[in-house]
Write a protein that binds this ligand. Structure first.
Ligand SMILES: [Zn+2]
Ligand SMILES: [Zn+2]
Length: 316
């Protein structure tokens, strides 16, 4: 196996509730792997705003406990950055809050979470908690932009236009504090997963976020960082899309392409086998078939095969 450099890739990082500006917090979970996302808390003059609700009850309870330690003010609004269950699974713990999302996020969440056996196979470590989860839909939706005003503070919600990581992404931007909660438009040192996304548009969305005046980025997965970290993820997507196109044109299958593409430093990012769904979505993009959902079972089985293969996608 080729030796892949690890320089600059954090093994671990600071977790828990971290104050990134006065009264603005990131709630960061370890590893950032499948189902293990980050959240946020913005404490205002009368009430607080939470960004994402995490997934299984044990996670959201830890987040809620941390919120209660940080403030006595109620959470009046909860923002869902997109419909994935690692960001919306805990919505029911914020019953008294208005739940705000992009209109497409609410639509995507409405049919419910993926089937239980599939979730349990995909994320076995949370198998016992999945039956406890219940879908709670957003109560307020927006299409393009939304601003929450609280005294001097502005909380801007921004949708990239069209499908990026998902059909209904929202980033949360604090212009005064120059902080971005990106949702899953940014993954830091964890391989981004495009199984319901549009890789070409996601690259454009990342470019547009990179143009924001922001000093601190709280990604959907991985450690708190800066735009330099988002740029690395953007370059991963560009690499995968470029290399996928060459192999698509050569008639290679998505799985053959996944085994063939050399990821270099990105082979050391967590969950490198996600290259397969990322290529599968690129292939759908090239065929103009992105409206068709990816077969989740085929995706999970392919990733399992890839994880077991001796390629530079799976170095541990
Ligand atoms: Zn996520
Ligand atoms: Zn996601």
């Amino acid at each position: 196996m080729r030796k892949v450099p690890t320089r600059g890739i954090p093994e671990t990082w600071k977790t828990g509730l971290i104050e990134v500006a006065p009264k603005v917090f990131a709630f960061v979970q370890p590893t950032g792997e499948t189902g293990i996302s980050n959240a946020g808390l913005i404490v205002g003059s009368e009430a607080a705003v939470a960004v994402d609700a995490l997934m299984v009850p044990s996670m959201t309870r830890r987040f809620v406990t941390a919120i209660k330690k940080a403030t006595r003010k109620p959470v009046a609004q909860l923002i869902n950055t997109h419909h994935h269950l690692d960001h919306t699974g805990g919505n029911r713990f914020f019953r008294s809050a208005a739940i705000i999302s992009h209109v497409r996020c609410r639509e995507a969440l409405a049919p419910g979470f993926p089937p239980l056996p599939l979730l349990q196979r995909f994320m076995p470590r949370f198998a016992k908690e999945f039956p406890l989860m219940k879908v709670v839909l957003p109560t307020v939706t927006f299409e393009d932009r939304l601003v929450i005003h609280d005294g001097q503070r502005e909380i801007q919600l921004w949708h990239p236009g069209g499908m990026a990581h998902t059909i209904g992404d929202a980033a949360v931007y604090l212009p005064k504090e120059k902080i971005l909660f990106t949702g899953d438009i940014a993954f830091h040192y964890v391989t981004p997963l495009a199984f319901q996304g549009h890789v070409g548009n996601w690259i454009k969305a990342a470019d547009r976020l990179l143009a924001f005046e922001a000093n601190v980025l709280v990604p959907g997965h991985g450690p708190i960082g800066t735009k330099a970290d988002l740029k690395k993820m953007r370059d991963y997507l560009a690499l995968v899309r470029r290399e996928a196109k060459r192999r698509f044109d050569a008639g290679m299958s998505a799985e053959e392409a996944a085994r063939d593409i050399r990821l270099g430093i990105y082979a050391r990012w967590r969950e490198a086998e996600r290259i397969l769904p990322n290529i599968m979505r690129c292939y759908q993009e090239f065929r103009n078939e992105l409206h068709q959902p990816l077969d989740l079972r085929a995706m999970i089985e392919g990733m399992e095969r890839l994880r077991g293969a001796a390629s530079d996608h799976t170095c541990v």
